[in-house]
Design a protein around this ligand. Structure first.
Ligand SMILES: [Zn+2]
Length: 249
């Protein structure tokens, strides 16, 4: 029997039917507003998503935080992470409340928002968590976003980086201090060969840019052709409160 393509209308209808049936017995709720999700919604409800402040490429800043010793070609983001609004509870649901499906949703959303990425990059590399942190959480949220993005753009995901040292919470550290502690925290996986490859680094939130800078280091050292960054949200200005809540990872 011929295999049906995963995204065919038939299989979509079937999936929606199955989800509707499951929702009847096990209703799913939006982690931001707690309204019941419709069968077509995954992660956060559409009412919450439309209210979130969008990151407008080329208008809002963020790229300036990334360009230190290593040249970062571009920054792509979905939302502005503000103290008010739904972005903060959405990211918290993803990182601290076990809502792994929010990662997949954000990745797919980014893929639809930036369709040109498939022409501009060869490989998606998620920023890794330290294995201990990943065991505690059960997943790496950056990898979930990367997979959702890959699903839409068709760009393969490669876990090319490993986190070499356990980073204690960076809460309360200044930018320079944080940058210093991050340097050398990432290494290239022995099987990864990024020379000449256009790489899109994926993380959840861009705060000071120190983590992404550190993650880009071994890729640049191994002669990656280009390094771009995609995050779900960019902080408006790394306020102390924001640093306290997101820098702990
Ligand atoms: Zn909602």
């Amino acid at each position: 029997m011929p295999m049906r393509k995963n995204g065919s209308p038939h299989s979509l209808r079937l999936r929606l039917f199955v989800r509707k049936a499951l929702d009847f017995f096990f209703p799913r709720y939006c982690p931001v507003c707690e309204a019941m999700l419709a069968e077509t919604e995954i992660g956060v409800c559409s009412h919450c998503v439309v209210k979130m402040p969008r990151y407008i490429e080329g208008i809002q800043y963020g790229l300036d935080r990334l360009n230190g010793d290593i040249y970062i070609d571009a920054l792509h983001a979905l939302f502005i992470f503000k103290d008010d609004g739904g972005v903060r509870p959405m990211i918290h649901a993803l990182k601290y409340r076990g809502h792994a499906e929010v990662g997949e949703m954000l990745g797919r959303m980014a893929g639809r928002r930036y369709p040109m990425l498939s022409r501009e990059y060869d490989l998606i590399v998620p920023v890794p968590l330290h294995p201990r942190k990943q065991r505690e959480r059960g997943y790496n949220q950056a990898l979930l976003i990367a997979r959702g993005l890959s699903h839409v753009t068709g760009i393969p995901v490669c876990e090319a980086l490993i986190r070499s040292t356990y980073t204690e919470s960076q809460t309360g550290q200044g930018y320079v201090e944080r940058k210093t502690t991050m340097t050398g925290r990432f290494a290239l996986h022995s099987a990864a060969h990024p020379a000449g490859v256009r790489i899109l680094l994926v993380d959840d939130v861009l705060t000071t840019g120190a983590t992404v800078q550190a993650a880009a280091e071994p890729l640049a050292a191994a002669s990656a052709a280009k390094i771009g960054v995609l995050v779900a949200a960019v902080t408006r200005r790394p306020s102390l409160r924001t640093l306290l809540s997101v820098a702990a990872e």
